[in-house]
Design a protein around this ligand. Structure first.
Ligand SMILES: [Zn+2]
Length: 411
């Protein structure tokens, strides 16, 4: 169904466009270079003949493939993000195509030190004979999530070129700034037009994800009393020392480096301060809200203990909700995962269900009224110079889009 060459052509073209997002930025999108890809996508969607193609001021691309059936079919959405992770360089990406992969080490031409080996990547054993796309070893690839973008574009092109392929209304969105956690900050649910959707983002063949973390941010503000150090006896309360003790008293069993699978954690991501005030930025993660509250209660325990040692100091903990586990909403709409499962079955793929120890654009969209599980897009070793993608996996991912459309028409 999917034209593999067309998919590869799109993908290798998109990854060369520099779209790294920027955590530090206060603008939206965080980097204006994301418009470079957005504009290309808009031009291509229009050239395909899609309806209501729009690029808004925030850098979101929206488009629709109109229904070609009489009966009423619920509009379905497909979403991928255009930015790449700031953790690794994303400029001058030089994709390399390894045809008919032989199972050995893949030496990347731009840096003799960067080798993708089956020893480090057992998944490579499953990809022998596939066509793999890697970088030259000096940047990330950006298959996260330009694989998703290319898959949606190629599936849309197929639908337009094959009027005999029956489908309801297909709503497409490409988002900026997913990698800096702001991917849906300005997402226009109304303009998008679908009551439910699927993100095509992330990993290996078969991944189908309806469960993400619940996430809060916690700001721990330690307030001390600053006095000239020469005259500080019995007067000074050093907030830096309060923060140091706070970190020491955290439960070592609930940190990212000591937890996995369904376990909760809290984690310090930054610290900044002076004697009078020191702020620790933390994140709290759990698959349940109760788990979040449990970790936050433990932060309160640490707060009390620090204050026992520094009775004249003050500590304020400010909790901010970030996103919630989409599963609690998706469980109320079982037909959305059921549709995906049927589509996987049509594609001959056994779904792999694994809770994501992270979030997606879908986790927040789900709570904005558009339940959105995630389907594999094919990126392996995301955010790294060793990132790669299998063209055959990407092809399957694009096929899933068409199968989802078919399942909905047949329902
Ligand atoms: Zn992604």
């Amino acid at each position: 169904m999917i034209n593999r060459d067309e998919l590869l052509e799109r993908f290798t073209r998109y990854v060369k466009i520099y779209t790294t997002s920027d955590e530090e930025s206060t603008t939206f999108p965080s980097t204006s270079r994301q418009f470079d890809l957005a504009k290309i996508l808009v031009a291509e969607l229009k050239a395909m003949g899609l309806k209501e193609v729009e690029l808004d001021e925030f850098g979101y691309v929206y488009a629709r493939v109109p229904s070609n059936v009489e009966k009423s079919v619920p509009p379905v959405g497909f979403i991928a993000h255009m930015d790449t992770a700031p953790a690794e360089g994303g400029e001058n990406v030089k994709p390399q195509v390894v045809r008919n992969y032989d199972g050995g080490d893949i030496q990347l031409p731009g840096d003799p030190g960067v080798v993708i080996s089956p020893k480090e990547n057992p998944i490579l054993k499953e990809l022998v004979g596939n066509d793999l796309i890697t970088t030259d070893g000096t940047t990330l690839l950006g298959a996260d999530d330009k694989a998703g973008v290319a898959e949606i574009m190629t599936a849309a092109a197929y639908m337009v070129a094959h009027p005999e392929f029956k489908h309801g209304e297909i709503c497409i969105a490409f988002t900026p700034d997913e990698e800096v956690g702001r991917g849906v900050d300005h997402f226009d649910v109304k303009k998008f037009g679908a009551g439910f959707a699927y993100t095509l983002d992330g990993g290996r063949l078969g991944e189908l994800e309806d469960e993400t973390f619940c996430a809060d941010g916690a700001e721990v503000i330690c307030k001390g009393i600053n006095v000239h150090p020469g005259y500080a006896k019995d007067k000074m309360v050093n907030a830096i020392r309060m923060a140091g003790l706070f970190m020491t008293l955290l439960d070592e069993k609930t940190l990212p480096e000591t937890t996995e699978k369904r376990e909760n954690y809290y984690h310090a991501t930054g610290i900044k301060g002076m004697e009078n005030e020191t702020v620790i930025n933390m994140i709290v993660r759990s698959f349940t809200v109760d788990g979040l509250k449990d970790r936050e209660k433990d932060l309160e325990r640490v707060r009390q203990q620090v204050l026992e040692k520094f009775p004249r100091g003050e500590i304020e903990i400010v909790i901010k909700e970030q996103y919630r586990n989409m599963k609690e909403v998706l469980d109320q709409h079982p037909e959305i995962m059921e549709t995906a499962r049927k589509a996987f079955e049509k594609a001959g793929i056994t779904p792999i269900h694994k809770p994501i120890r992270g979030g997606t654009d879908g986790s927040r969209l789900t709570f904005m009224g558009v339940p959105t599980p995630n389907v594999f897009a094919g990126s392996i070793n995301m955010h790294s110079k060793k990132e790669f993608a299998s063209l055959q996996t990407m092809e399957k991912s694009a096929e899933i889009i068409l199968h989802i459309a078919s399942v909905l028409v047949e329902a």
